[in-house]
Structure formats: structure tokens, C-alpha cells
Design a protein around this ligand. Structure first.
Ligand code: SAH
Ligand code: SF4
Length: 344
């Protein structure tokens, strides 16, 4: 985080940062509310701050956020996909989904990703850079203002690996759940990871009540390493021990994601192995009809194979659902988000 990135600062940090200005306490509160409650995009909009203060902020604290570059609305289910431009011209995507219980925004945490899963569009460009907390927050602020709705749920499941941007993600979580800001409940936040084991241990120390979603996609190391190279660094056994520990310490049920790829991880044998490794865990398994990604050799399993896979797991008493695919006509589904390369 850049020290002058005012939107990534907590209220207490803001007080410290501006202490030499001798501002009355209510001014700092006003500024914080403009940034985090009213989603102001410029100091100009902060109408109850004195003009000279606005000029001072403008000069010393540039606002980092994101600008809507493109917006696509699904004709199938009203899912909205945003392409946002960041201050340095990089681009990221976010997806807004409407559910019975409210609006959920799927946000990006990095530009690109270094994990290199072979089935994922984001991974193809490698890691460009981490997002700052302000840039993660701004995806919510912009979508909320644009649609004039309240976003009640956030999933860190867009572009990037959140646990590879640990410090900024933790700061984002603090800010987004802050009473003085959006005040989104930690229970309404899901963080999805490909399984960065040391960071899972770090995360559990916070005892956050968020949902940890782990992208499993394979029942053994052989297949998992083929699909997700990160598995050679953090093998399945170590990952599962970390997950058990996480669920024990936080009393939260772990959510496992399993995308089904034809002939790769969707066999009867795979289903049985999966049931075995998850036996006795406080978890929920989400089967994902895998989405096709240009340039990837993996193709998704058909409906019949998914049903057969699910039946085996249910027989073994696992808590399992098949995830509904949203926004498929606008490439807004899992793994289809990619950085747009703007040609000049
Ligand atoms: N890096 C994190 C979060 C972003 S990816 C993670 O990997 O968990 C969000 C989810 O989309 C992950 O579960 C990921 O495995 C899944 N995904 C990626 N490509 C996919 C594809 N082609 N089809 C279905 N799911 C995919
Ligand atoms: Fe990165 Fe997640 Fe895509 Fe893997 S699936 S490359 S971890 S964004």
C-alpha cells in the first residue's frame, strides 16, 4: 500500500496521518464517510469539506479506484460483468449477481495471477500486480452506485489469488466490514483460494467468520498437480490438514470447489477417492460445471457425468451441490475473467 493511498487507510490510520493538520475529529469522520459510505470519486464531491481542505487532499492524496470501461448484462439471468480500468491503465473484471437474498459482487484481488492453473483464463497472463485495498473496495463502490443497489455479499473469486496478496486482502476485509464504511458482515464474505497453505494458517489466526472456499478440483496429487501446478508446492495432504485446522479453529464449514473436466477428474474412481479424502470433514462440496476457456485443453464434463459424480458423493453422505452457472453468455462465469490487453 502506498502511504498516500488514503482510501486504503483505516479510520485510526487516517487520524494519525492527518494529525499534524489539527483537524477537528468530525472532519476526519466526514472524509472517511465520503470515501467509504458515499463512494465519492473525487474530493470535489465532498461538499461539506472546506474548499482549502479539498485542494490540500487533492494535491497530496490522489484517490485510487476504478473506472467503468465496459459493462455487459446477461440476457439469461441479469448478471452484470464490469471491466474496470485502474489508475495505471491496467484492467480487471468484477461480476454482479442477483440472488433471492440480495446482490453479490465477485471481485478481483490481483491483475492476472501467478498460480498458472491450466483451465483458468486469468492465469494465462501471469501476475501483473497486486490490487491495493482501495482498488478492491472501489469495485464494490462503483458497481453499487452504477446499479443503485446495496451489495450485501462479496466473494473474492474474481481475477487473482487472494492469499498471494495477503496483507492487502486483510486490510480490505477490515475496511469493508467496518461499521463506519459499508459494514458488510464477515459472514457474507467468501474468500476463494487455490490452497496457499501457510496463508491459510495465517488467516485462521484472525478467527474471521468468513467462508473459506478451497479450489480442490482433484482427489489426488497426480491429477491436481497436472491441473494446478501450485499443488507441487502445497500438496493435497498438507492442504487438507490446514483446512481441518481452519474449520476447527473458526467453527466455520469449509467450502470445497470442484470443477469437472471431461475424462480428467470426473470418473467414478475420482468420485470415490474424493469421498474418502473428505470423509468426516465439516465441509460442503460445490461441483462446478467447468467453463470452456479459449486456449485451454480442458473441456467441461457433460450433465450426465456431473449427475453420476454427484450421486456417488451423496451416497457417501457428503454435503454436495452443483453450482448454477451465471452469466455464461457474457463470459462472466468462473475462470473466464481475463485481463483485456488494450492495443494502441
Ligand atoms: N484464485 C482463487 C480465486 C479465483 S478463481 C482460486 O483459484 O480459488 C475462482 C474459481 O474459479 C476457482 O474455484 C477456480 O478454480 C475456478 N475456475 C477457474 N477456471 C475455471 C473454469 N474454466 N471452469 C470452472 N471454474 C474455474
Ligand atoms: Fe489463479 Fe485461481 Fe485462476 Fe488458479 S484458478 S490461475 S489460482 S485465479
Amino acid at each position: 500500500m502506498k502511504s498516500y493511498d488514503i482510501k486504503s487507510m483505516t479510520f485510526v490510520e487516517l487520524e494519525t496521518e492527518l494529525s499534524d493538520k489539527n483537524l477537528p475529529a468530525y472532519r476526519i469522520k466526514q472524509l472517511y464517510e465520503w470515501l467509504h459510505k458515499n463512494s465519492a470519486v473525487s474530493y470535489d464531491a465532498m461538499s461539506n469539506l472546506p474548499q482549502e481542505l479539498r485542494i490540500y487532499f487533492e494535491k497530496n492524496y490522489p484517490l485510487f479506484g476504478c473506472k467503468i470501461m465496459n459493462k455487459q448484462v446477461s440476457q439469461l439471468d441479469e448478471t452484470v460483468k464490469y471491466l474496470f480500468e485502474l489508475h495505471d491503465g491496467e484492467t480487471i473484471e468484477s461480476v454482479l449477481m442477483k440472488y433471492k437474498y440480495g446482490y453479490t459482487l465477485c471481485i478481483s484481488t490481483q491483475v492476472g495471477c501467478k498460480a498458472g492453473c491450466i483451465f483458468c483464463a486469468t492465469g494465462t497472463s501471469g501476475l501483473i500486480r497486486n490490487l491495493m485495498p482501495s482498488e478492491m473496495l472501489s469495485q464494490i463502490y462503483r458497481a453499487q452506485t452504477d446499479m443503485d443497489v446495496r451489495i450485501s455479499n462479496v466473494v473474492l473469486m474474481g481475477m487473482g489469488e487472494p492469499l498471494h496478496n495477503y496483507g492487502n486482502v486483510i486490510r480490505f476485509l477490515e475496511l469493508v466490514t467496518d461499521l463506519g464504511g459499508l459494514n458488510i458482515s464477515m459472514r457474507n464474505i467468501t474468500l476463494s483460494t487455490c490452497g496457499i497453505v501457510p496463508a491459510i494458517y495465517m488467516l485462521l489466526e484472525n478467527r474471521f467468520q468468513l467462508t473459506l472456499s478451497v479450489s480442490l478440483h482433484a482427489p489426488n496429487n497426480e491429477i491436481r498437480t497436472r491441473l494446478m501446478p501450485i499443488n507441487s508446492q502445497y500438496p493435497l495432504e498438507e492442504l487438507l490438514v490446514a483446512c481441518k485446522e481452519y474449520s476447527l479453529k473458526t467453527s466455520r464449514r469449509i467450502s470445497f470447489e470442484y470443477a469437472l473436466f471431461k475424462g480428467v477428474n470426473d470418473t467414478e474412481e475420482c468420485a470415490k477417492q474424493l469421498a474418502k479424502i473428505l470423509k468426516g470433514m465439516h465441509c460442503h462440496l460445490n461441483l462446478i460445471p467447468a467453463n470452456s476457456v479459449v486456449g485451454s485443453t480442458c473441456t467441461g464434463s457433460d450433465t450426465k457425468a456431473i449427475k453420476a459424480f454427484k450421486d456417488i458423493l451423496e451416497e457417501k453422505q457428503l454435503n454436495v451441490t452443483v453450482r448454477r452457472t451465471l452469466g455464461s453468455d457474457i463470459d462472466a462465469s468462473c475462470g473466464q475473467l481475463r485481463r483485456r490487453i488494450t492495443e494502441t
